[in-house]
Design a protein around this ligand. Structure first.
Ligand SMILES: C[S@@+](CC[C@H](N)C(=O)[O-])C[C@H]1O[C@@H](n2cnc3c(N)ncnc32)[C@H](O)[C@@H]1O
Length: 318
């Protein structure tokens, strides 16, 4: 293992794709509260991580995204809801169980072992605070699609006063969590059922809204068309997708080559950036930001982002 290192404001800014002063401004409480120390894994320990990642590529080692997984999401978020209700309003009860304490992770092109077992949870909260300052502030309404256990919905409801925060998911448990949050904290939150594969055209976005997906479009594989069509029909002011973006991996890099194969094996999001670039060439959208975020939970990079807005112009006919 390497000597101990830590992520300071400058290192976080480089990871997030922003400036150090923004991190200091928007993530001040997190910089004080959290330990971002870690060791880079090398030698035999790095090889062991690599081997574990490669073994995940064997047949039947991972679940594959798609309609079959819906009952798993329902069960997982119901568990979070039960814990939240039993906790008297502890928002950490909404952290997804797939964020497991103490695991090695991907950081800046290496496998690393964090010092604090809750590094991933804390990094997520810090990045989310930055994301809110950078891309999500100043809108009358925010919609998170694929909101899951609603930990982000809760953070935005608390951090964006005056903004109506909506969370949608195909798991009914998410809507029950939103009801519980509204009841417990009196927040302006709402939401309900939504399916990326079959968006309901009757669900109209409030004018001027910002749209977010966070590790949720990953679940649609190549089937991004229905959701993009839905967004273009609703003309939100901005769309922010924090997702593993396969176009941003470097297949000549060893760890990336493993990660992108893992991504494909799980049938994760495919083609979003390429499709947005095509729509940009046609004048239909403007891509405002595209960033390879060199952070991931063990097997792939999950926090890259693409930010875009519809221009209101129709596409050129082929
Ligand atoms: C990895 S979780 C992310 C949850 C949340 N955004 C977060 O970051 O904590 C993926 C979410 O996408 C939802 N999802 C998967 N496929 C979906 C679909 N076709 N329509 C709507 N939601 C879907 C799942 O129910 C789950 O809540």
């Amino acid at each position: 293992m390497s000597d101990p290192r830590t992520l300071d404001a400058a290192a976080l800014a480089a990871l997030f794709g922003g400036s150090e002063s923004q991190v200091r401004q928007w993530c001040a409480p997190q910089l004080v509260a959290f330990d971002f120390g870690y060791h880079v894994l090398d030698g035999a320990t790095r090889d062991a991580c690599l081997l574990e990642a490669i073994r995940r590529l064997d047949p039947y080692k991972v679940s594959v995204a798609g309609a079959d997984r819906k009952p798993e999401w329902e069960a997982g978020w119901s568990e979070n809801l039960a814990e939240f209700l039993a906790s008297d309003g502890d928002l950490d009860a909404l952290v997804p169980k797939y964020i497991r304490p103490g695991e090695w992770i991907r950081l800046n092109g290496a496998y690393v072992q964090p010092t604090d077992p809750h590094f991933v949870k804390n990094y997520t909260k810090t990045f989310r605070a930055w994301l809110m300052g950078r891309f999500l502030t100043g809108y009358p309404a925010l919609y998170e699609f694929g909101c899951g256990s609603c930990s982000h919905v809760a953070a935005f409801a608390a951090g964006l006063p005056g903004c109506r925060v909506h969370g949608f998911d195909w798991a009914d448990a998410s809507a029950r969590i939103i009801d519980a949050l509204a009841q417990r904290f009196g927040w302006q939150v709402g939401g309900g059922h939504f399916d990326f594969f079959n968006p309901d055209p009757a669900l109209r976005l409030e004018p001027g809204a910002v749209v977010l997906t966070f590790g949720a479009l990953e679940q649609v594989g190549e089937r991004i068309g229905p959701f993009l069509d839905y967004l273009l029909a609703n003309m939100p002011a901005r769309c922010v997708h924090v997702e593993g973006l396969e176009e941003l991996y470097d297949d000549d890099d060893l760890l990336d080559a493993v990660a992108v194969r893992y991504h494909r094996k799980r049938n994760y999001l495919s083609g979003l950036v390429s499709r947005l670039r095509e729509l940009e060439r046609q004048g239909v959208v403007e891509i405002e930001a595209l960033h390879r975020h060199r952070f991931g939970t063990r097997f792939d990079d999950t926090f890259s982002y693409v930010v875009w807005r519809p221009t209101g112009r129709a596409g050129r006919q082929p």
